[in-house]
Structures are given as C-alpha cells and as structure tokens.
Ligand binder design. Structure first.
Ligand SMILES: [Zn+2]
Length: 310
C-alpha cells in the first residue's frame, strides 16, 4: 500500500526568522489533485502542536493513496518558533497567529506566516480543519462548531461541542469567510491518555474527510454523540502559587456537580491553601483542565467549563 504519508509532496516557504538564521521555512504538504480540497493544520498555537501533528501522521500513514478522491493539504507545524518555545505564540513578535489572519506579506514574523498560510494553504480549500488541543499544560475535550460545519465538528466524537465566536482573524474564521466549511478541534494534550486521544482525533479526521468527499467510502458513526454546551466560562485563580489538581486527566470530557473541588492553589512559601477552584454549575461540563502539579500565575486559564444544553 502506498500511503498518503508516502505520497505527500512538500513545498517550503520562507518566513522572516531570528537574527542567527535570517529566515526559517514553513512546510505545506499536498497529495492528490482536483476537488474537493481539504486542509488539516496543527500547531497554530505552538504549545498545542505536537499532539495534533501526531494525529495527522496517524491519519496519513494508515490511509491508502487510492482512498483519496480530491486534494489533501497538511500543515503539521504551522508555527515553528512557537513550537520550539513550547509557547502559544512565536517569541519574535508574540502575536497570536490565530488572531492574525489574513496576515500581511510585508509584516512581522507572525503576520507573514499568516499570509503564507492564507495564500498557499487556505486558498482554494473546500474544507479546513484546525487541530488545537491541550498540548503541554492542559487536556481538552471539545470541538468548536461554526455555521455550515456542524457535521464536520460532530464527526470527531468530541465529548462536547461549543459554538465558536464569529471572527475572521482565526484560521478557520478566515477560511469560512472565503466559503470553506470549517471545524476546530480541541481534544487531547499531555497526559497518560495522549496516544488514545491522538487515535481518536485521527479517526475523526478520517470520518470528516470522508463526509466531505476527500476520501472515498461511507463515513462511520463517531464513537459518541457530542453534547452541545453553552457559552464557556474560564476559571482562573485570583493569585499565583503552587497548583495541585484534584480532577484528573480522565475527568476531562465529563460532567461534575456544582461545588466539586477541581483543584487547589497553595501559597508557594507557606503551602497554605489560597484558593480552591470549584465547579460553578449544577451540571458543570469540563472542557479543559490542568492535570498536572504546576507553578501557576494568578489569572491563568486553569479550567474551561460550560453548561450542557439539554
Ligand atoms: Zn489553540
């Protein structure tokens, strides 16, 4: 079997880089020809990148090139310097790539990156899937849905789906403004379950690309029906300290009752409990949590919760 992985062709585009190297390259892989055209990206936020990239690899190496009936583009490392820094944004200009579309070919590092992605990867796409996720500091269990792409978001079988804010500065929002069907996935991240999440995302990609007609065949049903949730709430500690989780990686994607103790922040010096973060709703859906002991700054995104719509 010749896999999609074996058949990919890579094009590299120069981006302004650090003083030491001058420029760096962004790689866009493509396989197949004709429509429909799909793009799958990972690592727009660098600290979330490796987990989504691994899901892309799992999809590519497990799928025969004969199954393709359109064009598939992949960008597994959309923000290389941010990945290197294990940070959301590239340290050169600290701009958020996912707030920088459609970019500026004459702008700073991240603005040029957005322009290259817009012109070379997004242009001409019928479907755009952007893989985010917990990454190095949290685990996530939801998909964003945007009008016209609900069936794609739900193909991932994420525990929860949430409506994305309507803004054209994100990769998917920009693609949607051009007429593409889009979905953004926020699943997985560093935990004992990270490989299982990667498999689940790869399955979701296979299903989504089949529904969109980029892969042949009939799409399987997702393993679970996603539960729609309302507006999200971010829980943040009022002051920094030593964070000790109480809910664990396996609890992401579940619903806990009001008052459930989620995690505590200890004073780093005296070890006294400064604050306990608790579930705020009768039914609190856990969309994002931090499963690891950590040093935490005050105001840090620590949990993302919402109420199920049912
Ligand atoms: Zn992200």
């Amino acid at each position: 079997m010749t896999s999609l992985f074996d058949a990919l062709e890579w094009k590299r585009h120069a981006i302004p880089g650090e003083a030491a190297y001058g420029q760096l390259e962004i790689g866009i892989g493509q396989v197949g020809s004709g429509g429909p055209v799909a793009l799958v990206a990972a690592g727009v936020h660098g600290d979330e990148g490796p987990w989504g990239a691994l899901a892309i690899r799992k999809l590519l190496e497990s799928t025969s090139v004969d199954a393709l009936q359109g064009t598939l583009r992949v960008v597994p490392c959309a923000n290389p310097l941010a990945m290197q820094a294990d940070a959301r944004n590239a340290p050169l200009d600290t701009l958020d790539l996912n707030r920088s579309f459609p970019g500026n070919a004459g702008g700073s590092h991240t603005e040029v990156l957005a322009a290259v992605l817009a012109n070379e990867a997004v242009a001409g796409c019928d479907l755009v899937i952007d893989l985010h996720g917990g990454g190095s500091w949290c685990v996530n269990a939801f998909a964003f849905e945007m009008p016209g792409g609900e069936h794609i978001s739900r193909a991932f079988g994420a525990p929860f789906v949430v409506k994305a804010p309507d803004r054209t500065v994100t990769l998917t929002g920009y693609a949607r403004s051009l007429g593409a069907t889009v979905a953004a996935v926020e699943m997985g991240g560093r935990s004992v379950d990270e490989l299982a999440w990667a498999e689940r995302i790869a399955d979701g990609l296979r299903r989504a690309l089949t529904i969109a007609g980029v892969l042949r065949g009939t799409a399987t049903e997702p393993p679970i029906q996603s539960i729609p949730v309302g507006e999200t709430t971010v829980l943040r500690p009022r002051a920094g300290g030593l964070f000790v989780p109480e809910v664990k990686a396996a609890d992401v994607g579940t619903i806990v009752p009001k008052g459930t103790s989620l995690g505590r922040v200890l004073d780093s010096v005296t070890l006294a409990v400064r604050e306990t973060l608790v579930a705020p709703f009768d039914e609190t859906a856990l969309l994002l949590l931090r499963p690891h002991i950590a040093r935490l700054e005050g105001g840090a995104m620590t949990y993302v919760v919402a109420q199920p719509l049912r």
